[in-house]
Design a protein around this ligand. Structure first.
Ligand code: ADP
Ligand code: MG
Length: 137
């Protein structure tokens, strides 16, 4: 378990980029925070660390976005469960995609009990406007 405090969105992105260098499929990253806690910001850094050049936006209105990772045979699957009541079909799809890819999930607390134990859990809490506490476990 690691706890760190960041003082800007950029610093949070750097934490995500650093994590990106340490992972390969199968990986599930569960992001947990309040609205504005920095889940999408963290994912932007993660994508950058995976050398993805596309702009990462919150997939709030589309459930899932897939970003190809340059020079790799796998992709980054980005889910946002904010507006969703996840059902078994969705959970199965997430687990299936995680076998061969990197999966990152915003609002993962909605399905945490149904995910395997060996996931990376990232909890972001807002200390003030620009400060976030990031717990990685
Ligand atoms: P979420 O996806 O959890 O709703 P976002 O990443 O979309 O959150 O939004 C986080 C907002 O907080 C962004 O506007 C970002 O610029 C701002 N912010 C300020 N400080 C930080 C920080 N230390 N870490 C992450 N985001 C920060
Ligand atoms: Mg978001």
């Amino acid at each position: 378990m690691a706890i760190q405090v960041t003082n800007s969105a950029k610093e949070t992105q750097k934490v995500g980029a650093k994590l990106a260098k340490q992972i390969k499929p199968p990986t599930i990253i569960a992001l947990i925070s309040d609205l504005g806690g920095g889940k999408t910001t963290f994912t932007q850094g993660l994508a950058k660390g995976l050398n993805i050049k596309e702009k990462i936006v919150s997939p709030t209105f589309v459930l899932e976005r897939i970003y190809k990772i340059p020079k790799k045979s796998y992709a980054l699957y980005h889910y946002d469960l904010y507006r969703i009541e996840p059902d078994d079909i969705l959970i199965d799809e997430i687990l299936e995609n995680a076998k061969d890819n990197i999966v990152v999930i915003e609002w993962a607390e909605k399905i945490l009990q149904r995910l395997p134990k060996d996931i990376i859990k990232i909890e972001l809490s807002t200390l003030n406007d620009d400060r976030r506490k990031i717990k990685i476990s």
